[in-house]
Design a protein around this ligand. Structure first.
Ligand SMILES: Nc1ncnc2c1ncn2[C@@H]1O[C@H](COP(=O)(O)OP(=O)(O)OP(=O)(O)O)[C@@H](O)[C@H]1O
Ligand SMILES: [Mg+2]
Length: 252
């Protein structure tokens, strides 16, 4: 079966700045891939291209078998993107927000209620379910954002820095929720600045540097590669990141 996310030679420039210079990446059903790279490497740009918010200049990208540029509507129906939940309404409760989203996604009244309860539980918001969202903490809002984007159980999930600003417990809970999504068969592409998160959560890690994927593999594979190349005895993922993003540093 074709991978859920496939990019071939994707390029994107903003003015004279070439951000993506030919990105090749595949993410299969049930797989979690973490996209790493320095600030400004182009991670968000790539996620935005795959979620049809930004049009690529060249190359091809398909999501759930549909071309992101030519069949964007079909793609939009099959994805969720974190932070897309501009729909979070502070004057509704968490439960009401989720049920409203369920109805918007075409679930029945009973189906919406059941899905809301399930997600409130999964994101540890059950106790706050009947409180107005305007009284939620930042982390709680973020968890509700994610829950909202998952009401429709899409086959492809994009998470752009999903755990930034979350405390350790919330982060762990979110990891569990993301693992559940993949176990249910979703393809998950997430960006993160937390290398531990990539190490513990992702099946494979893709390192974006100089506009291309310069390394792709399991955390252990990347560590072994850098260990060999630099004759480092027990490299950490930090070592991998620093070694493989060194080129841009030098060029910059
Ligand atoms: N709409 C835009 N117009 C002009 N330049 C842009 C636009 N979007 C992104 N850029 C530039 O493209 C580069 C890549 O940005 P992008 O947000 O994709 O990086 P990132 O890897 O997500 O970084 P971060 O880790 O800080 O989130 C940056 O130099 C950014 O300034
Ligand atoms: Mg970004």
């Amino acid at each position: 079966m074709e991978p859920r996310i496939v990019t071939r030679g994707v390029t994107k420039s903003f003015g004279a700045q070439e951000v993506l210079r030919g990105v090749d990446l595949e993410v299969g059903a049930g797989e979690i891939v973490a996209l790493l790279g320095t600030n400004g490497a182009g991670k968000t740009t790539l996620v935005n291209i795959l979620s049809t918010l930004v049009v690529p200049d060249g190359g091809t990208a398909t999501v759930a078998g549909f071309d992101v540029a030519r069949e964007s509507r079909e793609v939009q129906r099959r994805i969720s993107l974190t932070g897309q939940a501009a729909a979070v309404d502070g004057l509704l409760t968490g439960d009401e927000n989720l049920r409203m989203m369920g109805r918007l996604c075409g679930l029945s009244r009973a189906g919406s209620r059941a899905r809301a309860a399930e997600l409130l539980d999964r994101f540890d918001l059950a106790d706050a379910a009947r409180r107005l969202v305007s009284t939620y903490s930042g982390g709680m809002r973020r968890r509700l954002d994610l829950a909202l984007s998952l009401v429709a159980t899409p086959p492809v999930v994009f998470l752009d820095e999903p755990t930034t600003g979350l405390d350790t417990r919330s982060r762990r809970e979110l990891w569990d929720a993301i693992r559940d999504l993949a176990a249910d068969g979703a393809a998950v592409l997430l960006t993160t600045q937390y290398l531990e998160e990539a190490d513990r959560l992702a099946d494979r890690i893709a390192l974006l540097d100089g506009g291309r994927i310069v390394a792709l593999g399991t955390a252990d594979e990347l560590k072994a590669r850098v260990g060999d190349e630099l004759s480092l005895p027990a490299p950490t993922l930090d070592d991998v990141f620093l070694a493989l993003t060194a080129s841009t540093r030098k060029a910059a």
